[in-house]
Design a protein around this ligand. Sequence first.
Ligand code: ADP
Ligand code: MG
Length: 458
Amino acid sequence: MHTSELATTLQRLYGTNGEALAGLMARYEQGLAAFGAEYGPGEVVILRAPGRVNLIGEHTDYNHGYVLPVALDKDVLVFARPRPDQQVRLANVEPAFTSRSFIISHDISPCPIGDWANYAQGAAQLLEREQGPGLRGFDALIDSAPPYGVPRGAGLSSSSALTVAMAVTLVALNGLNLQGEALADACGRAEWYVGTRGGIMDQFISILGQPGHALFLDCRPTTDGPAGARHYPFRQVPLPTGYAVVVADSQVRHRNTGPHFNRRVLEGRIGVRLLQARYPGITHLRDVNHLPWDELEPLLPEVIHTDELRARGIDPDALLDSGVGAQTDTFYVRRRCRHVITENNRVLESVAALERGDAQTFGRLLREAHASARDDYEISTPEIETLVRLAQAVPGTMGARLTGAGWGGCIVALVRQEETARFAEQVGAGYAQETGLDAQIFVCHSAAGAGEVIRTTV
Ligand code: ADP
Ligand code: MG
């Protein structure tokens, strides 16, 4: 392989130089050697898909609202070689993920829930259905090991990075004409295969990410795309110069969040039904962002129970997808809706602030978003509170908040560039002292979106 060609490509994709670039080069070269050891000599295509961190806009996506994620330079790498048949063979540099193989078809039987092959099978089944028949398979080695890989289960969307990585591999090796928004939309649907009905944010940012930018994404689909296709408005928003986006992983993993998450979804939908009494045209909380809260508040009780909802002709059981349960009859409608509505407005204000380079205002919005997530949406944890408090106390921190669905995971902070070392030191030491846990803290160098890196031989 031409080392200089790889170096130039990696510089462009990750925006790195010097020591950091040397480390990345070593990662790619080791991956290539491991691929050769697994599958023998021959051609190799290298592809990648990044994880992401959401700057602001939490739990807004399923309410047809706004989000503002950034693509990480932490990513899933795929070393792949096309096969003449429809088989896919997967190996992983991390021994915990033992090898898998499957045949691409319209109906690929899922592995048990949680199995890592499902992310590849979901991508393959969807593309075979929509772009096939007869997609060619491949032999691949996956590398998302620390420190360059996407941390798993931390709310940085390793699952979507893996799904997208598998999809871009199939697209590249089959010469499919599918990219950008259409590919992101397909990947969103592909991930449903694993049994979670997520939104579209993670796949969009993994594909459309650009260095130095966040992606302002409107999660309400319109049908004004080409040939009436579904379309999500988005726009690249510059990150402020002189500041770093810093992520701190609490190391606490979300556990058993299913019913809690579903409850939040349901509370939003109940809110919409209650608001429809006065605003019959609305379908999602997004539709009332522009109205003064004083007008909405009296329509949304602080707490409401199933009996009372039924008396008003609203059946909570019918508001969630079939088979999904909220396991409660008590709904905190007012505060949940207040979070979603104010959060949508905070995203809009954040975009405006970033577009005029106003880091001060953006920092304040991050702090307000955290308070709203903690008090109104109630998705924080003691460990996250500790991290946010320690982060806010560092001079040079403009704002900090929990990021991701909540109940553990990471915080994100905007920090003056020259204070990032102090941030890592102070927050890391304080967190260890208070919790006994070792927070993983890193600066997010926003990277390019998913795609092919280079074609070479091994
Ligand atoms: P998150 O997306 O927040 O990281 P998820 O629970 O949605 O958390 O996804 C984590 C799962 O994704 C892992 O349990 C694993 O099945 C799969 N996964 C992600 N990255 C990899 C990888 N590099 N190799 C194998 N499996 C992976
Ligand atoms: Mg995930």
